[in-house]
Write a protein that binds this ligand. Structure first.
Ligand SMILES: [Mn+2]
Length: 242
């Protein structure tokens, strides 16, 4: 059985030439050998709406993803906090399937929860309040109705503000909350969780209700192009550039 590849937090943008090359290498190589590819959010550094495809850079990214699907490998995408406005038009162009967050599946024999991870950072009340405030259908509709240049400016302001905020927060606040993780695993009767977002790659084993569980945190793409390869025999982190 071919392996499953999982990755997240690529934060692709036209300013990131090296990352973009890594992503092209990933799409042209390892992705095409896999049984399926799961991108668990923050593929892009920002997403202003599917009309962002007007920029040739993003058309290229969609084309690289579509190439994977054309090679017969399904690609699944979850929204991250940076790109939750990715919609059906992008999905169609890139030939990907959008997944809800969380998404539960049997991954090589283990019931697994896939999530971006930001919803589990419940110690950051400030962030969760903002998340609830902005991610309602009405606000999304209002934002998408703004002209493109205005949306770009708003997104830039948000990124700048979030950077300074994150720097001033204690580390535990910007990490997932253990109780939230346990509750999510119990709710979905799962033994494993895979997420990104925190940029703190790790494999944690712990017990919930007398059962051994596992949480895998995907590395971000600040250095290289790492992805998780899962198969019947286990899992390992590989790099697109090696
Ligand atoms: Mn994120």
């Amino acid at each position: 059985m071919p392996s499953t590849l999982l990755l997240s937090d690529l934060h692709l943008s036209p300013q990131q030439a090296l990352l973009t090359r890594g992503f092209e290498t990933f799409c042209a190589g390892p992705a095409r050998q896999a049984g399926g590819v799961y991108i668990l959010g923050d593929l892009f550094d920002y997403w202003l709406g599917d009309d962002q495809l007007r920029e040739p850079y993003y058309q290229d990214i969609a084309r690289h993803l579509a190439g994977v699907a054309e090679a017969g490998v399904p690609v699944f995408l979850q929204h991250g906090n940076r790109d939750f406005l990715i919609g059906e038009r992008f999905a169609h162009e890139a030939r990907i399937t959008l997944l809800p967050d969380p998404h539960v599946l049997d991954l090589h024999g283990v019931r697994t929860v896939l999530t971006h991870g930001d919803a589990l950072c419940t110690d950051d009340a400030d962030y969760q309040a903002a998340r609830r405030f902005w991610r309602t259908p009405t606000r999304i509709r209002q934002y998408l109705a703004l002209p493109y240049f205005l949306r770009r400016w708003v997104a830039w302001c948000f990124r700048r503000r979030s950077r300074s905020k994150v720097q001033n927060k204690p580390e535990y606040q910007t990490d997932v909350n253990r109780d939230a993780v346990a509750a999510c695993l119990l709710e979905h009767d799962a033994d494993r969780m895979i997420h990104g977002h925190t940029h703190r790659p790790a494999i944690c084993r712990f017990e919930v209700h007398g059962r051994e569980r596992e949480r895998i945190v995907l590395p971000d793409w600040r250095t290289g192009g790492p992805y998780l390869e899962m198969s019947e025999t286990g899992h390992r982190i590989l790099d697109s550039e090696r």
